[in-house]
Design a protein around this ligand. Sequence first.
Ligand code: AMP
Length: 444
Amino acid sequence: MTFATLGLIEPLLRALETLGYQTPTPVQAQAIPAVLAGRDLMAAAQTGTGKTAGFALPLLQLLTLEGPKVAANSARALILCPTRELAEQVHASVAEYAQHLPLTTYAVYGGVSINPQMMKLRKGVDILVATPGRLIDLFRQNALKLNQLQTLVLDEADRMLDLGFSEELANIYRMLPKKRQTLLFSATFSDDIRLLAGQMLNDPLSIEVSPRNVAANTVKQWVVPVDKKRKPELFVHLMRKGRWKQVLVFAKTRNGVDALVDKLQGLGINADGIHGDKPQATRQRALDRFKASDVQILVATDVAARGLDIEDLPLVVNFDLPIVAEDYIHRIGRTGRAGNTGEAISLVCADEVNMLSAIEMLTRQTLTRKMEPDFEPEHRVPDTDASGQVVKKPKKPKKPKASGGGGKRNLGKWVDSGDVAPAEPSIKPVRKVPVFNTGPRKKK
Ligand code: AMP
């Protein structure tokens, strides 16, 4: 199959040729004809499957071939993304695909001044990529009207709900014309996503390109058990031993990112970090330098790494496991993209056992454990498997109390280290999607 047989027009084929895309990926093969035919879509496709081109190419074609010119302060298509980085990334891809088309594209997001965005929207744009909060601000300030909107894309919808954007989505839903095409992409499909899809989509075609909630099988994954306090040391050891060249590392917290970057830089290792406390320009610079291989190790929190698209990234390291199991799939989706192979290594300590178990259950696999000599943990990581079971070693019998001892003096002393209780919940509660009381959608 080729892009030409999918019915794409010549200016798009020319752009794809320049980009070196030869064959459509499975999500593209399914999505492109369906979107061209005007269908709504509900697509289970994780990052790295080529989903962006899957919605952007047919969207660009429809906008080129039909519809009136865009009016002032209007957009003909809207792509909603959970983060600024993803919005930038998606916009960059759309602009590349549109390079030979007479269409305008633009991205708006928070964290930067709104005025230049309002100016830019005056003439209207054919495709607007936006994060939810900034979109609402622009709408409320009358910088953007949505009555000309013909297509809405919800990209990484699961992530939008995880980040607490359900209220914003409900507000945006009320601003949209009833007659429109809607395309929903999500790596995972929770009940909340299905509820959202039920309200937003009209007789959608379902596309599933990888088994539900299972990480890309081109990624070789394993776990190295280690004591929490020895993680930085183990990371440096593995890095040197494996001669890692370009690694994306995930840490759970902003402080965790800063601490690891400080430690690595202190050892003369070329590392940088991105997290939500850093200004947008600094984050973008770090990303660009990492992509250009000027930075060897990029340490990131989940939110900051969203939308990061680096071709052929060979390795992702989970310095900490994510609290939300679905984030594991997003993280390792950074490697093994578009058919390449990749590796994902997780450094796991005893108090992350419940998170490990949740990940194994979600991805329906028991992750291989590889002990690193000299780093075997004192606090054993209890056995886990894909059934979600955490197998605890039986407690050692308590030693009899010394005569006259009593009280709480020895409490905890005889508890086997394998019984260390998990510190965090394995799954973060997801905010409920508000029920949209707008009545049934009109048929197109
Ligand atoms: P995405 O899943 O949209 O984030 O895309 C993942 C990566 O695959 C991006 O770097 C795209 O440029 C690349 N890509 C998408 N479609 C194709 C294709 N048909 N052939 C080769 N590379 C592709």
